[in-house]
Design a protein around this ligand. Structure first.
Ligand SMILES: Cc1cc2nc3c(=O)[nH]c(=O)nc-3n(C[C@H](O)[C@H](O)[C@H](O)COP(=O)(O)O)c2cc1C
Length: 213
């Protein structure tokens, strides 16, 4: 008998709620994560699709205070540079945004793609090698949703100089930096992106992104 798993409408409604209430979080409570959380979330992330079943994602939990300070300093420098790129009212708005949760999140981690991974035997990536990186981003999103389902928030921090972060984390040369993340209990929950609430940007009508040929 072929296996079958049916998700009912109640589950679909819940899933829509999960997608609606997932947020990029920058304001965290300092409460620690329950024991086993990181292992559980990496387990969930590992269910993500990956090219050739290569599972190239690598998670580096950053616990060392000196390494954390390096990342924090890099963020401050890059954020100041980004602010300098705006002028007038946009600069004032940018300065008011909180764009990282490094000050309070109990957990910080970097995610890498092991571009030398042998798992998957190269299937599917000779024509599009970038699919290895895409696979890692899918794992991030899977973890993001799994975290939210546990009441946790995740924040993606890209206002960083990747080379400095990579050097601070001392990882194999074949690992390509994908992103840096803060994880913890959100200070508040919302169904609307922080940037939308701050008047920076609005979500567009999904109908606008569909093209038919
Ligand atoms: C690749 C990527 C990089 C991001 N980098 C940052 C960042 O550096 N700082 C920040 O505050 N938010 C960052 N975000 C969060 C986005 O601003 C956020 O996802 C978007 O505004 C929609 O909000 P939502 O995730 O709460 O729906 C990033 C998101 C992605 C997907």
């Amino acid at each position: 008998m072929p296996q079958r798993k049916i998700f009912d409408s109640g589950f679909r409604d819940e899933l829509t709620q999960l997608l609606t209430w997932r947020r990029d979080v920058r304001q965290f409570r300092t409460d620690p994560l329950p024991p086993g959380t990181t292992e559980r979330l990496v387990q969930a992330a590992s269910l993500a699709p990956s090219v050739g079943l290569s599972q190239p994602w690598r998670f580096v939990f950053v616990e060392d205070a000196r390494r954390r300070t390096t990342v924090r300093n890099v963020f401050e420098t890059c954020n100041a540079a980004a602010l300098a790129g705006y002028s007038g009212e946009k600069a004032e708005r940018y300065a008011r945004l909180k764009l990282a949760g490094l000050d309070a999140a109990p957990c910080q981690f970097a995610v890498f793609c092991d571009r030398s991974v042998l798992q998957g035997h190269g299937l599917g990536r000779s024509t599009m090698p970038e699919t290895l990186d895409y696979s890692v981003v899918l794992a991030v999103h899977t973890l993001w949703l799994a975290a939210r389902a546990e009441g946790l928030g995740l924040g993606w921090l890209s206002i960083l100089d990747p080379a400095t972060v990579v050097a601070a984390l001392d990882v194999p040369k074949t690992w390509h930096f994908i992103g840096y993340f803060c994880l913890g209990y959100p200070a508040a929950e919302d169904d609307t992106p922080a940037l939308e609430r701050a008047g920076w940007e609005q979500r567009c009508d999904p109908a606008r992104v569909i093209v038919r040929r």
